[in-house]
Design a protein around this ligand. Structure first.
Ligand code: PMP
Length: 425
């Protein structure tokens, strides 16, 4: 094991880490249900769903069986000039559950790529309909859409990577972060900045891109669905496309199948990823309305993207099995129950001196601290307590697999509250 760790430290880059001073990495030898097994035999309760994707937990017999079966017919074939049953089934299933105006699907390999694809769709659309000057994007502060270039350009300009790539990233438009909380009455003035920007720049804006209702890696912030409804109306009024990034929120996480269902609206372009395959394999989808797809394709136009692993059959088979599992169960009641447990379990943190805010929506529980946390120390504290929780910045949060039991959830909450109380210091 020490060989493994030494090689890892010397040669393997982990997310957002230095090659010279990497943060500690814990060797995991197996994962089953809601448990990660460490190489030293310890078992950790998973509070992260592996960055929000493993909604059914790990090593699930139905997902495993679906993959084995698909493996026996084909792991992969190119999608250029070929089609196959797993992708057609997945396409049909998705069209049954997403807002009806979305009718055309593009399958790609990761969330960031699906955002690139969405942005390319918007730009190609305006070129095709004769308005090529519409090529900028409008978004709000506090967002996160991925680490590739166009995606980075619409991440929060302060916590994102704009300072590193200034001069290279396209300069987009940023409205204030939606200030109206999900759990407070809607304040219409919170839309003012957005309303002003879209009106001032409508001639150059191709699309607005937003994470609906829940801003994830940009700050785990939950805003009011009426804000989203307002954005939808303003996009219509100013002839701007609306891209919704449901990569983190899709498939039930917020208590609705898609977070845009809270506002009862449909985007022109939708990005899905993460939980699409139940966390088994990397797959994402970008969906477009007929207006967008037909606009791009009018006068012989083609959509210019085509990754090697587009619509990978194994990943599609995993996604089909994951959707079967999710939709066969009473996922809404499950998420509501997790929400209640998170609310009750995290409540004791509210009055702690170091805690700035506490918020829970669906199967997401967030403690926002006043100061940035020491990730490595806090991580070690959590591992000691038998839980896997990975904080960032001032945020300590839970996004457990939906299958988690009450006792395990209680232990996750207790560990969070203890950490927020300074137990690791
Ligand atoms: N958009 C959102 C809202 C996300 O949360 C993420 C990933 N955290 C991405 C895009 C990027 O997805 P990926 O990491 O699969 O490229």
């Amino acid at each position: 094991m020490s060989d493994l760790l030494a090689f890892d430290r010397a040669h393997l880059w982990h997310p957002y880490t230095s090659a010279l001073k990497p943060l500690r990495a814990y060797p995991v030898t197996g994962a089953s249900g809601v448990r990660l097994r460490l190489a030293d035999g310890r078992q950790l309760i998973d509070g992260m769903s592996s960055w929000w994707c493993a909604i059914h937990g790990y090593n699930h017999p139905l997902l495993n069986a679906a993959l084995r079966q698909q493996l026996d017919s084909m792991a992969h074939v190119m999608f250029g000039g070929i089609t196959h049953e797993p992708v057609v089934t997945l396409g049909k299933r998705l069209l049954e559950i997403v807002p009806r105006p979305l009718q055309h699907l593009f399958f790609c390999d990761s969330g960031s790529v699906s955002v690139e694809v969405a942005i390319k769709m918007a730009l190609q659309y305006w070129q095709a309909v004769g308005r090529p000057q519409k090529k900028r994007l409008l978004t709000v502060r506090g967002g996160y859409h991925g680490d590739t270039f166009a995606a980075m350009s619409v991440c929060d300009p302060v916590t994102g990577m704009h300072h590193l790539f200034r001069g290279v990233l396209p300069e987009q438009l940023f409205a204030e972060r939606p200030s109206c909380r999900f759990d407070a009455p809607f304040d219409p003035t919170s839309l003012e900045d957005f309303r002003r920007l879209i009106a001032e720049h409508e001639g150059e804006i191709a699309a607005v891109i937003l994470e609906p209702v829940v801003q994830g890696a940009g700050g785990m912030w939950f805003y009011h669905p009426d804000y989203l409804r307002g954005v939808r109306e303003l996009c219509h009024r100013h002839q701007v496309l609306l891209i919704l990034d449901e990569i983190a929120t899709g498939f039930g996480r917020t208590g609705k199948l898609f977070a845009c269902d809270w506002a009862g609206i449909a985007p022109d372009i939708l990005c899905l990823g993460k939980a699409l395959t139940g966390g088994y394999l990397t797959l994402a989808a970008t969906l477009a309305t007929s207006q967008v797809a037909e606009g791009i394709s009018a006068s012989g136009g083609v959509f210019m993207h085509g990754p090697t692993f587009m619509a990978n059959p194994l990943a599609c088979a995993a996604a089909n099995a994951s959707l079967d599992l999710l939709l066969a169960g009473d996922w809404q009641a499950r998420i509501r129950h997790i929400e209640e447990c998170l609310k009750a379990g995290l409540e004791p943190a509210r009055s702690l001196a170091g805690v700035a805010d506490l918020r829970v929506l669906g199967a997401i529980g967030v403690i926002e601290m006043r100061e940035a946390v020491d990730v490595e120390r806090l991580q070690a504290f959590f591992v000691e307590r038998g839980v896997w929780i990975r904080p960032f910045g001032r945020l300590v949060y839970l996004m457990p697999p939906y299958i988690i039991g009450d006792e395990d959830l209680g232990r996750l909450c207790e560990a969070m509250v203890a950490a927020a109380g300074g137990g690791h210091e």
